[in-house]
Design a protein around this ligand. Sequence first.
Ligand code: ATP
Ligand code: MG
Length: 420
Amino acid sequence: MSTFQAPKGTYDLLPPSSATYLAVREAIAAPLRNSGYGYVETPGFENVELFARGVGESTDIVTKEMYAFETKGGDKLALRPEGTASVLRAALEANLHKAGNLPVKLWYSGSYYRYERPQKGRYRHFSQVGAEAIGAEDPALDAELIILADQAYRSLGLRNFRILLNSLGDKECRPVYRAALQDFLRSLDLDEETLRRAEINPLRVLDDKRADVQKQLADAPLMPDYLCEACKAYHKEVRELLDAAGVVYEDDAKLVRGLDYYTRTTFEFVHDGLGSQSAVGGGGRYDGLSEMIGGPSLPSVGWALGVDRTVLALEAEGVDLQLPATTSVFAVPLGEEARRVLFGKVTELRKAGIATDFSFGGKGLKGAMKNANRSGARFTLVAGERDLAEGVVQLKDMESGEQGPVALDAIVSTLQAKLG
Ligand code: ATP
Ligand code: MG
């Protein structure tokens, strides 16, 4: 061990398990790539104001969890705690929304940072894959995103996740509901901090995890009873599209999101094998965000799925992703001359697209074969002085154990044929 360790609340992705993380990212991205979403990448940090305004001054993310700092040049920045505000900022800055091709559909994948109390499934550095559809108010877009996330999880083999769905209303009906909820909350026996929260962001009190609070919330007024006609119709349409697609969801009238900018459709993917860190992903419509960060009105919808928790969910369900071995061929030279010749062949194989590795460091046959086994390679190539004198190498099928000579200049074509 070195003097240093990974900082608190972080962990390293290392082989072989890191392959699972890559596969999860890929699996989440695949349905998006297939549905007209283009890849976007933004900086790991932004002007702190973007998050303060975009995520919301009263949210836990901004008040407690943000890594904010001042640079030597006096810029006030923050490591990004989430993706939506940055992606929208980037789209506005590049005028993507003015090209006349709304909605702008983008997906991203990367690291996010929140100063949280670390525990299983909750880290200070974590990874998300997200999608945003910017600039269209269309229930089919909300449905599309939920369907694509459902598809991503199913393609990974996850089964024990549930989709919770709600509508948070819009600027017409939400204020009425908010006032009613606030009245109700004021009548409860709540601690001071929660009462304060009820004044600033009452919807978030519904999200309180404490049992004694939840008990008091049993008769709380619920958003679905306050939806205006337009929001009701919109929500009905989203639900019908999901039904038609065969996506199963549960209505959750108390589902709110930690972020201030959500309107109308709100959803969360929860997994029942994860204890209290049960949310594997979430998202919704954020019709007001663009204006909040100084842009034009651009009704939008998006989600972010947590890669770390998705991997934990796979573990909880005992899903073992069938990842193909990364190395197909392992080459073992015996002696100096063989090393030079075989290394050349390795380069040729790699150019031909065959994943090949080599025994480095002048190992003997026994040690090299151990490495070959560990690499998971289907075939090994072994060559000593006598083989070379005959112009061949020994090709061994690691599955059947079969072994035989192959002419040097037939190695690539033989392996191509055998590997299909
Ligand atoms: P939670 O309620 O668990 O704090 P959240 O509402 O803060 O989640 P979002 O901001 O919606 O989470 O982020 C989307 C997803 O990112 C979450 O569903 C989760 O899978 C993942 N995520 C969020 N925070 C963390 C974290 N600290 N560590 C690991 N994954 C996280
Ligand atoms: Mg959180």
